[in-house]
Design a protein around this ligand. Structure first.
Ligand code: GRF
Length: 194
């Protein structure tokens, strides 16, 4: 867990690759007095990620590194994170897998949101697979990031019912709404005294 000094907010970087609705949710949350985090920058491997537009609205620094040379790009990211005194990373729809070395450097300080009830349905296409397997429930999980994909310690989960008429799209939409609530709750759970 990240050590806190006084009531200072946790300097946070959010990593995204696409739509960024979880990023927007975290930005909105971060403006509330009760939020334990302050978002300093957003990092994206995709210069065309739609979510980057929210950075402008909230005057957040944008850092884009394509991850074509992962080792080098991770090195650059680590430097930027250090320069910006970042203490917490929130992955929010970030589609690249961070190296074990990177994760070690930020051990216990990287969170991710995943659209399934982990340990079920790690990886991609979670909603499609859950529906195909006739699951009655899906959901979302906020967890610490470890070197093994979607396998770090779970912080909080929320169940979402799957209806017969659900498609991956309708289910994703319903789960996404719960993701926004869950990410906020998970942050409040980790940093209860801020
Ligand atoms: C979310 O479902 C998240 O759980 C998953 O990717 C999706 C990203 O959505 N990792 P958005 O970019 O936050 O809108």
């Amino acid at each position: 867990m990240v050590k806190l000094i006084g009531s200072r907010k946790i300097r946070t970087a959010v990593f995204i690759s696409g739509t960024g609705s979880n990023f927007r949710n975290l930005l909105k949350f971060s403006t509330l007095k009760k939020s334990p985090i302050k978002i300093i920058c957003v990092i994206s491997n995709n210069s065309k990620a739609k979510g980057l537009k929210y950075a402008r609205n909230y005057k957040i620094k944008k850092i884009i590194l394509k991850f074509t040379d992962k080792k080098n790009d991770e090195k650059k990211i680590l430097l930027k994170l250090r320069k910006n005194k970042i203490n917490l990373i929130c992955l929010a729809g970030f589609m690249k897998i961070l190296s074990a070395n990177f994760i070690k450097r930020f051990n216990g300080k990287i969170l991710n949101i995943h659209p399934s009830l982990l340990p079920k349905y790690k990886g991609l296409d979670t909603h499609k697979r859950a529906i195909q397997n006739n699951e009655k429930f899906s959901g979302c999980s906020v967890h610490y990031v470890s070197a093994k994909l979607d396998s770090g310690k779970i912080i909080l989960q929320k169940k979402v019912k799957i209806f017969d008429k659900d498609t991956p799209k309708t289910l994703a939409k319903r789960v996404l709404k719960q993701e926004y609530i869950l990410y906020r709750k998970a942050l409040t759970k980790i940093f209860p005294n801020l």
